[in-house]
Design a protein around this ligand. Structure first.
Ligand SMILES: Cc1ncc(COP(=O)(O)O)c(C=O)c1O
Length: 398
């Protein structure tokens, strides 16, 4: 039976039909079952910080698997201690908690908001509302999909978890109108990824900071997609120059090995106490060994600078292509190596994506009609040039 037939027969149909079966990858390239080679600028949806099968990452994983593959959180191990130390060095004074995915990291943020709300308003107090942004994306668990103000994500899952208020992104007045002393936290993505790569304005994030300070609410950034170097700084909060109280990460942190994390600033680092939260796999030695390899490579190979430099080149070239084909492309926007191209209504992103795949370039659909470019942070200039060539050729053909 072919791989596609097994999927059809045995896998739950929660994902749309997939066009290719991948068998191997190296760096920024992947190969399908027919031996066709693709440039992968989807990066497993912002996961493959070091590209496919990076030697440092693979060596670290194998070494750890041969040393101590799993250890419950009842005991300590060096990889988790090192990963925590490294993250605190990058994110700022505070502490970290490890989990397994972006949704789980955001669940931990929401639980931290509850704990802090109770600390401030008492066990019976009512400080537990969380303001989130329309068209944000925070995950698929019941709490995080309730925090995801998008009908297509929430449809079929009511009743949603209560006490979320939905404000407009980049509209401070809309947040102000919903703000009150019963608000425990404001949770936003500094760059909305799933809905089409829409960066926040610095003024919006600064305004959120002031509103949270005024009302004793925590400012929380979801950096699951835009964190870990993708914007050109390790944390997007540093790129925007706005201090958050708590930040979630996942995706790129493990470079392909599942791991999630939250960072809590010094003021909030002791919200969780023994027994208040936990996970079997979170911060497991294999996951932390991979995260350490990713963070070491980001440091030693100056990958934030690479993301900044090549991101600028990629974005400006895409904007030139957009100008050349205004009847097909509305605009290109983004920060660092997180870039979105928005298409005109009569050019569907799914169709453009298929045409690009035929020509050997993998991108990721986003929002109502956009495609995302999320290449590895160690992408080479020659690979950026090749991707741009395929992109422009495809746009001219469609
Ligand atoms: C900003 C953001 N938050 C949370 C998530 C959920 O992460 P996961 O799929 O690892 O649960 C995603 C996934 O796309 C995301 O982009």
């Amino acid at each position: 039976m072919k791989v596609s037939e097994k999927y059809e027969k045995y896998a739950v149909g929660n994902y749309g039909k997939r066009s290719i079966t991948l068998v191997k990858g190296k760096g920024a390239h992947v190969w399908d079952e027919n031996g066709k080679k693709y440039l992968d600028f989807g990066g497993g949806i912002a996961v493959l910080s070091l590209g496919h099968c990076n030697k440092k990452l693979v060596d670290a994983l194998i070494k750890q698997a041969n040393t101590l593959g799993h250890c419950s959180n009842l005991y300590m191990h060096a990889p988790q201690a090192d990963a925590a130390e490294h993250l605190v060095k990058e994110m700022g004074k505070g502490k970290v908690f490890f989990c397994n995915s972006g949704a789980e990291a955001n669940e931990a943020l929401l639980k931290a908001a509850r704990l802090n709300g109770k600390k401030l308003s008492g066990e019976e107090g009512r400080k537990f509302r969380v303001i989130v942004a329309v068209n944000g994306f925070h995950g698929r668990t019941l709490a995080t999909l309730s925090a995801t103000a998008q009908e297509k994500i929430q449809k079929g899952f009511s009743p949603l978890m209560p006490e979320f208020s939905y404000a407009e992104f980049n509209n401070l007045k809309s947040v102000e109108d919903l703000m009150g002393d019963d608000v425990a936290a404001v949770l936003v993505e500094p760059i909305q990824g799933e809905s089409g790569v829409l960066p926040a304005t610095k003024e919006f994030l600064q305004g959120l900071r002031s509103l949270c300070d005024k009302h004793g609410a925590m400012l929380m950034f979801d950096e699951v997609q835009c964190g870990v170097g993708r914007t050109g700084k390790f944390s997007a909060s540093k790129k925007f120059g706005v201090k958050a109280d708590a930040i979630s990460m996942a995706k790129g942190l493990g470079g392909g090995f599942p791991i999630g994390a939250i960072w809590l600033s010094e003021k909030y680092q002791d919200l969780f106490t023994p027994g208040s939260h936990g996970t079997t796999f979170g911060g497991n030695p294999l996951a932390c060994a991979c995260a350490n390899a990713v963070m070491d490579e980001i440091d030693s190979k100056k990958l934030c600078q690479n993301a900044e430099k090549l991101g600028k080149k990629l974005l400006s070239s895409l904007q030139k292509i957009a100008k050349k084909y205004p009847q097909k492309i509305k605009l290109a926007r983004g920060v660092g190596l997180m870039i979105g191209v928005l298409f005109q209504d009569n050019y569907k992103n799914a169709d453009v994506c298929s045409a690009l795949i035929k020509n050997g370039l993998i991108l990721v659909p986003a929002g109502s009609n956009a495609l995302r470019l999320l290449p590895p942070l160690n992408i080479k200039e020659s690979e950026v040039n090749s991707a741009l060539k395929i992109f422009e050729k495809t746009i001219s053909e469609i």
